[in-house]
Design a protein around this ligand. Structure first.
Ligand code: BES
Ligand code: MN
Ligand code: ZN
Length: 495
């Protein structure tokens, strides 16, 4: 999909479909009024006839309006006369997409840059709308004999004023880059776990780096992981026939001396629970347990697309969690890369184990900040549901940057406390730390576990168990979150 921005007068634009908004008071915006005047009041005549009430997402397709260069006009409702929330803007876009998918047009023009979204300027609105348009066209039909119908629409033009043009151009460019990162993350998440294993993720990272001088990829295999003392990561992988990988993606967009931002993603390509086996129902969805790694890869793709002048290191810590005669047992004690010992009381609390070694490893980069991303706890879904990621950290400034990045990117997170009181839930009689903290505050005690390995740098942890994919039902699939939040965080780091 190509996006264009055009600031010539909207009534003169040649287009297959011109989209104009109308609210519940049946008012057109300034662009709509211009079009109405150009076609001698044909739009207001339709409005008067009661063909459309302006309810959010309601639409009316009109052909052959007099004296317009546009072949068709689509009136679409925006609901009450007030700035649209992100949620309602998404509904509007999805109504548009259901029409775009069903008519054979190659191009469309959106004549609604006057449309105000709550707390968003022309840049922010164009960005959210272009991101949602591309994301809404995503399909994953690689393994279907019958493919989804091809959407013919290939070009969308934002019509706006000359003053708005630079902001709309920037917004649509960044929205597209974010949507591309999301699509990459969604593809990886949706990929079946017999194909998407740790070595597959390593290949994907290497493929992304191919032909890009700014991105370097290093893949650590078992032998190197042993030498590094990554006892926790190796313990998780030891029950599986799939070997673990630690994948380091080094993006250098600024001078070498600039301290990097580090993103660490949990990459469990299938989480059966191990010997602490999960129940059978819905276990297929544990292929999404590499959603953290997928979002780091997706964000790296967005970063390359935007060519940001900062240094970023993405680390994917990858293994498959399986039961077998060689698998880790409850009660096993392992030594982590940090030297701290862990009593593995539940082999299903494996995410923190693969993460802790990666979090120790990244110290060597002297990071400005480290953000890890993980589908870490079912408890996070209980606490925050499926729209809000959990956020914890040891640095209030970093936490607040991430919260505001999430808000700006319409990919929200909410902070949970890491008060010291919770730490003692991780006491073990036999090792330095237990890998579970009991039934209370499961998301927080998982965060506490990670905090034991992140004392040397500003650190935050995003628990995306609820947000990385849509569970069950016909909409089941990876969401590409939190690529928007992470991308925004990095965009905000550019001075
Ligand atoms: N990957 C899961 C967390 C998860 C569960 C994410 C369901 C999304 C949906 C993680 O590895 C896990 O199994 N966590 C356990 C931790 C417990 C054993 C302390 C959990 O949440 O039950
Ligand atoms: Mn698990
Ligand atoms: Zn897991």
């Amino acid at each position: 999909m190509d996006f264009l921005v055009n600031s010539s007068s909207v009534d003169t634009l040649k287009t297959s479909l011109l989209v104009v908004t109308v609210n519940e008071q049946l008012q057109l915006d300034s662009q709509g009024q211009l079009i109405d005047t150009a076609c001698a009041g044909a739009l207001s005549a339709h409005l008067k006839s009661g063909d459309i009430q302006g309810k959010l997402g309601q639409s009316l397709l009109l052909h052959n309006l007099p004296s317009l260069a546009a072949q068709r006009v689509l009136l679409v409702g925006t609901g009450k006369d007030e700035p649209l929330s992100d949620r309602n803007a998404r509904k509007l876009v999805s109504a548009l997409l259901s029409i775009f998918k069903n008519i054979a047009i190659k191009d469309a023009t959106l004549a609604f840059t006057d449309l105000t979204l709550k707390e968003r300027d022309a840049y922010g609105s164009a960005r959210l709308i272009s991101e949602c348009l591309i994301d809404g066209l995503y399909v994953f039909d690689q393994f279907k004999s019958e493919k989804a119908p091809v959407v013919q629409l290939a070009e969308i033009t934002f019509s706006c004023s000359a003053e708005q043009q630079p902001a709309v151009e920037k917004g649509s460019k960044e929205g597209q880059a974010i949507a591309q990162g999301m699509a990459f993350a969604r593809d990886l998440g949706n990929m079946p776990p017999n194909i998407c294993h740790p070595r597959y993720l390593a290949k994907q990272a290497q493929h992304l780096a191919k032909g890009n001088k700014k991105l370097d990829v290093e893949v650590l295999e078992e032998k190197e992981l042993k030498e590094l003392g990554a006892g926790a990561l190796l313990a998780v992988a030891q029950g599986s026939d799939q070997p673990p990988r630690m994948i380091i993606m080094n993006y250098q967009g600024a001078k070498k001396s600039a301290q990097p931002y580090v993103l660490v993603g949990k990459g469990i390509t299938f989480d059966s629970g191990g010997i602490s086996l999960k129940p059978g129902a819905g276990m297929d969805e544990m292929k999404y347990d590499m959603g953290g790694a997928a979002s780091v890869l997706g964000t790296m793709k967005t970063l390359l697309e935007l060519d940001l002048p900062i240094n970023v290191i993405g680390v994917l810590t990858c293994a498959e969690n399986m039961p077998s005669g060689g698998a880790t047992r409850p009660g096993d004690i392992v030594t982590t890369m940090s030297g701290q010992t862990v009593e593995i009381l539940n082999t299903d609390a494996e995410g923190r184990l693969v993460l802790c070694d990666a979090l120790t490893y990244v110290k060597r980069f002297k990071p400005q900040a480290v953000v890890n991303v993980a589908t870490l706890t079912g408890a996070c879904i209980v606490a925050l549901g499926s729209n809000t990621s959990g956020l914890m950290g040891n640095n209030p400034e970093l936490v607040s940057s991430l919260l505001s990045a999430g808000k700006q990117a319409s990919d929200v997170a909410w902070e949970l406390p890491l008060f010291d009181d919770y730490q003692e839930q991780l006491d073990s009689p036999f090792a330095d730390i237990a890998n579970i903290g009991g039934p209370k505050a499961g998301t927080i005690t998982a965060g506490c576990f990670l905090s034991r390995f992140t004392k040397d740098y500003p650190w935050a942890h995003l628990d995306i168990a609820g947000t990385a994919w849509i569970s069950g039902g016909k909409d089941k699939g990876a969401t590409g979150r939190p690529v928007p939040l992470l991308s925004q965080y990095l965009l905000d780091r550019v001075q």
